[in-house]
Design a protein around this ligand. Structure first.
Ligand code: PLP
Length: 416
């Protein structure tokens, strides 16, 4: 990943201490202590985030931008302060490049509708990869339907890695936009982003990165990466739901029309002509999610206090351990064996439908995700209806891996 590895090696993560920050982890499920292995779908929130949201709601809430009264100014300061926090977190040049959105899905749709749709035409191409989440497929199909441009798909191999040579061959003078995941949610594959972005730029294409699964696991520096657009969701980064970020290079955002109209995105309105607000507010119509932004900023403080490098090392350790343990189970097949992976482990068990497997694991208190993971083309590629997926976060432990393995043994007993 385009990780900014700190020269000072952080202390290894003390997961037991981290767990104390997450009250929900003390829950029992079906009489068992909760083993939460579904952070890739949505991570749990630490007290630091819950308290920041409560503090905002209790003491600072009013509508933003439009009021002269003290609370409105406090809310505006909190909201715009969160924007600056995001800018620092991903090392954007300016807060004008940070658009608050509902999440990754909305970030991609914004670019599809406000960047791609108005300028692409028949003969133009959008290039994606075969491992994308539906959120990075469907918005481009909608653009293609509306504009007549075409969608091209770069293949993956049986390990779940992008076939880079094939990807490079698909790049050409018609390629207007490349949209790729930083990390695959279904397979865990980390994509060679630097290489992809350099090659796309060499062909004059703009690059959007779906960073939903990357931001919780590595220090993302949008300027070092050279991404034109980078989008992610707060709720996978230990922050609240309903808020996320679209980073866009200022000159691109400035050249785009607004995509939704309403309050906050205007400077003046008359029935004859409306003029639009400056960046970033041009893309934020209506009352925004202030408490969500505050919570997201607190989540960024939180992960940086643990150290993203320490989090990544901890998760890699758990991923390695779980991979080795599952590889020893003869009836378990790991789906996604890329050389470079983030902490996602998809698997199937022979003779057991993943949904049944998920139900049995849940009976043991082990929460994994089962299904197509919003990546149906990935399932089709592997000839599977679904997989079970365990994913690790900063609060998981070796004990959680042991619980997963024990629950898998139990499942085998039920079905044999
Ligand atoms: N992209 C990837 C790789 C994801 O994993 C997800 C969520 O699982 C999304 C996009 C969509 O994120 P959200 O539902 O928060 O908009």
């Amino acid at each position: 990943m385009a990780a900014n590895v700190s020269p000072v090696r952080p202390a290894p993560l003390d997961a037991q201490r981290v767990r104390a920050d997450f009250p929900i982890l003390a829950t029992t499920v079906n009489g068992h202590p909760l083993v939460y292995l579904d952070s890739a779908a949505s991570a749990q929130r630490p007290l630091q985030v819950l308290r920041a949201v409560e503090e905002y709601e209790t003491h600072s809430h009013a509508n933003v931008h439009r009021g002269v009264h003290a609370l409105s100014q406090a809310a505006t300061a909190a909201y715009e302060g969160a924007r600056e926090r995001v800018r620092r977190f991903i090392n954007a040049r300016s807060t004008r490049e940070i658009i608050f959105v509902r999440g990754t899905t909305e970030g991609i749709n914004l670019v599809a509708q406000a960047y791609a749709r108005p300028r692409f035409k028949a003969g133009d191409e959008i290039l994606i990869t075969a491992l994308e989440h539906h959120a990075n497929i469907v918005p481009w199909q909608m653009v293609c339907e509306a504009s007549g441009c075409s969608l091209r798909v770069a293949p993956i191999n049986r390990r779940g890695e992008l076939e880079l040579e094939e990807f490079l061959k698909l790049l050409g003078p018609r390629t207007r936009l490349v949209a790729v995941a930083h990390v695959s949610n279904a397979l865990g594959t980390v994509l060679p982003l630097k290489r992809i972005i350099e090659a796309a730029h060499a062909h004059g294409a703009v690059v959007l990165v779906d960073g939903a699964q990357a931001v919780p696991h590595a220090h993302v520096d949008v300027r070092a990466l050279g991404a034109d657009f980078y989008t992610f969701s707060s709720h996978k980064l230990y922050g609240p739901t309903g808020i996320g970020v679209l980073y866009g290079r200022e000159e691109l955002l400035a050249s785009m029309p607004p995509w939704q109209g309403g309050g906050d995105m205007i400077l003046t309105v008359s029935f004859e002509k409306t003029t639009y607000n400056e960046l970033p507010w041009k893309f934020e119509a209506g009352t925004p999610n202030m408490s969500g932004a505050v919570g997201l900023a607190a989540a960024m403080d939180y992960v940086e206090s643990l150290g993203l490098t320490a989090i990544a090392e901890h998760e890699q350790h758990l991923l390695g351990l779980a991979t080795a343990e599952l590889a020893r189970l003869p009836d378990v097949e790991i789906i996604g064996t890329a050389a470079h992976k983030a902490s996602v482990l998809s698997f199937t068990m022979k003779g057991v439908h993943p949904h049944d497997l998920g139900t049995i694991l849940d009976a043991e208190g082990v929460a994994v995700r089962t299904g197509h993971h919003c990546a149906m083309p990935v399932m089709t590629f592997f000839g599977l209806p679904a997989t079970a997926r365990a994913s690790f976060g900063c609060y998981n432990t070796e004990g959680d891996v042991a619980s997963l393995v024990a629950a898998l043994h139990k499942a085998r007993g039920v079905f044999s």
